[in-house]
Design a protein around this ligand. Structure first.
Ligand SMILES: *Cc1c(COP(=O)(O)O)cnc(C)c1O
Length: 383
């Protein structure tokens, strides 16, 4: 059996082990400590964010952002339908409900035209949402400016979910870097990982200060344990912050490696009919966290699922593009504005193995296997 090719496995550099052992030997085995402080500071230096709070996960960061944006029971939150469920779950934690918004074809992210129309319509009836969570998917920024402008115009809190877009650029800037609320994730399959963790960044120091307090059980400054608010246990461990610092040092290399995967895949497919890569609009720089393709079954001679199953039979991990949230039983009953574009991306979309440690030989194995999907008629080229 061939060695398994994973979708997006962890990729440690030279420093992570050293930093982890330093944290261990210093006996700061706690959800705070010098590596947590340094990770927050270095994260700001690398991304251009002003203030950062290191947390136990990206999901925890979204939860705290919603709380700090004042979202509560009965509120509505506009949110991308094409995303991972971790974007949505915290909306329910605070007792609010999502209103899903479709993607556009240019970025696969939230369609700004739909957002602007919806806000105008709701403003007219005095029924505006409390917040909007904008997701930057698969390493690519959403078309953020028109959406941020609409949020500002109508006084709606904007939370940027950049869990998948660390290292990306939108008109030269890291997505979320100048936002009041932006979140990042260091889960095991993200572009850099510390096994599990998240970051909340803000242009306002009072936001990250409040997040640090809420994430450590909302302790008041007193010698005894004093609490005026409901708290959470969401702070990042010092051990994991040490690993995160090491990973941050190699972020640029990881982005280059992921983009090289994409370049190689496009070369290997050449002009094979029916394979369409996720676009990258002018002024955007995707990290290509995952290389995603749409497989047109009529042109390619095999469907997304036929290709994926064939890859799996050869021990190659590939995944369908996110199943839209408006199609998820857990979120039934929440409205969706549009939805056809996200449905289409899910139906045809496949994420190819994209690790920053993927080898040229492995990429060739992936493409050969896809071209040799058995349902393809003999007339189609095989390798
Ligand atoms: C991974 C991810 C999250 C959640 O991050 P965790 O650190 O796993 O909690 C949120 N949103 C998106 C889009 C993600 O891909």
């Amino acid at each position: 059996m061939n060695e398994r090719i994973y979708l997006s496995p962890p990729h440690m550099g030279d420093q992570e082990r050293e930093l982890l052992l330093d944290a261990f030997d210093s006996n700061w085995i706690a959800p705070l400590g010098p590596h947590v402080d340094a990770f927050e500071q270095e994260f700001c230096e690398v991304t251009g964010a002003c203030h950062a709070a290191a947390l136990s996960s990206g999901t925890a960061a979204i939860h705290l952002a919603l709380i700090l944006a004042g979202v509560g029971p009965g509120d509505e939150v506009l949110v991308s339908t094409l995303t991972f469920s971790a974007t949505i779950n915290p909306i329910y934690y605070v007792g609010a409900t999502p209103v899903f918004v479709d993607s556009d074809h240019a970025t696969w992210n939230m369609d700004p035209a739909l957002v602007c129309e919806e806000m105008e319509r709701r403003a007219a009836t005095g029924n505006l949402p409390k917040a909007l969570i904008l997701v930057h998917l698969y390493g690519q920024a959403a078309d953020t400016q028109p959406i941020a402008d609409a949020c500002e115009k109508y006084g709606i809190a904007l939370i940027e979910d950049a869990a998948e877009a660390l290292g990306a650029r939108y008109h030269g800037e890291q997505p979320g870097a100048s936002a009041r609320f932006a979140i990042y994730s260091f889960n095991g399959n993200k572009i850099i990982t510390n096994s599990g963790g998240g970051m909340l960044t803000s242009n306002d120091p009072s936001v990250t200060e409040a997040a640090r307090k809420l994430s450590t059980q909302a302790r008041e400054p007193a010698p005894h344990y004093q609490h005026k608010e409901i708290g959470y246990n969401y702070r990042m461990s010092n051990l994991l912050a040490a690993v995160g610092r090491g990973q941050l040092h190699v972020l640029d290399q990881r982005v280059d490696a992921r983009r090289a995967n994409y370049d190689e895949y496009t070369k290997l497919f050449g002009d094979t009919p029916g394979i369409h890569f996720m676009p990258e609009p002018e002024g955007f720089r995707s990290t290509r966290w995952l290389t995603c393709v749409l497989i047109n079954p009529k042109e390619f001679g095999a469907s997304r699922e036929q290709v994926r199953k064939h890859l799996e039979s050869l021990n190659i991990e590939a995944r369908p593009v996110w199943k839209p949230m408006h199609q998820q039983p857990a979120f039934q009953g929440s409205p969706c504005i549009g939805g056809k574009v996200a449905d289409h991306l899910f139906e045809l979309g496949l994420c190819l193995p994209s690790g920053s440690n993927l080898t040229g030989e492995q990429r060739e194995r992936v493409v050969s296997a896809m071209l040799a999907t058995p349902t393809r008629p003999a007339a189609f080229p095989r390798v």
